[in-house]
Unconditional design. Structure first.
Length: 150
């Protein structure tokens, strides 16, 4: 979620929850969610696709951080993919992501890239039900069907 709040190299604008995610009770928060030792690690699917060095984006937002380390973020497509994978593994559904290809991204090309890359999850260790949820989500996104699903 934090990565969706930073402008990414593909000119995606960034979300509007910046202060809520990067500051807790007015104090800076440490953000580390995905990748090695994170809550979710999709490197076995996507390697380093969509990961970029983000120090300049953090600096432009006025965040203080350790200058002696490199800092990385996912672009918006990769952030959505990581979040979707986490949801499939933990919650067995993707209803929170209906409309993500158009609501979270800025262009049709970015939306198509998200759907193409989401399809790569079908060749992973997801069980049959998780794959069914993913296939349904992809089909609904392609059809523009973002109606409520239980």
């Amino acid at each position: 979620m934090a990565a969706l709040n930073l402008p990414a190299p593909e000119d995606t604008s960034g979300d509007w929850h910046f202060m809520n995610l990067f500051y807790h009770n007015g104090k800076p928060s440490e953000i580390f969610i995905a990748g090695e030792n994170g809550k979710v690690d999709t490197r076995h699917i996507y390697s380093y696709y969509g990961v970029y060095e983000c120090s300049s984006a953090l600096r432009r937002r006025g965040l203080r951080f350790n200058l002696s380390r490199s800092h990385h973020a996912a672009n918006h497509t990769r952030a959505i993919l990581d979040f979707m994978y986490y949801y499939l593994l933990r919650h067995m559904r993707l209803s929170n992501f209906l409309g993500a290809s158009t609501d979270f991204l800025d262009t049709e090309e970015q939306a198509e890239e998200l759907l193409r890359m989401a399809s790569k999850m079908l060749a992973t260790e997801l069980d049959a039900q998780q794959k069914l949820y993913l296939e349904d989500w992809i089909a609904r996104e392609r059809a523009g069907d973002i109606g409520y699903v239980i």
